[in-house]
Design a protein around this ligand. Sequence first.
Ligand code: 5GP
Ligand code: ZN
Length: 115
Amino acid sequence: MTADCLFCKIVAGDIPATVVHDGARTFAFRDINPQARTHVLVVPKEHHEGAAALAAADPQLLADVITAGAEVAKAEGIADSGYRLVFNTGDDAGRTVFHAHLHVLGGEQLGHFGK
Ligand code: 5GP
Ligand code: ZN
């Protein structure tokens, strides 16, 4: 756990969240400010700064995060209707939390990219 990391604290149970998946190395919870009817965040339990850093440090763990995202989509009942997996990077994408996290968005027709 990295001190002062919000998502490390959520993984540790120090900050409450609505948990939807608790795997060996991955964890998922509902976004506090959902941008779609279904909006879940999947994170590695280990702290990694972002998707590219995670890919460089532990590609299997990045694969586990993506697989967990697909499993969450199935469990949420949105796998067949379709969903979006997103890693935001940098200011223009509005990135705010620097613990790698995969957004799983769906449950309704999503806008096709952009604003
Ligand atoms: P980013 O913009 O960094 O890709 O995404 C961070 C996400 O974390 C945002 O969608 C935001 O709503 C969510 N978030 C921020 N703080 C909390 C929190 O305390 N609990 C939960 N469940 N989600 C949070
Ligand atoms: Zn962290």
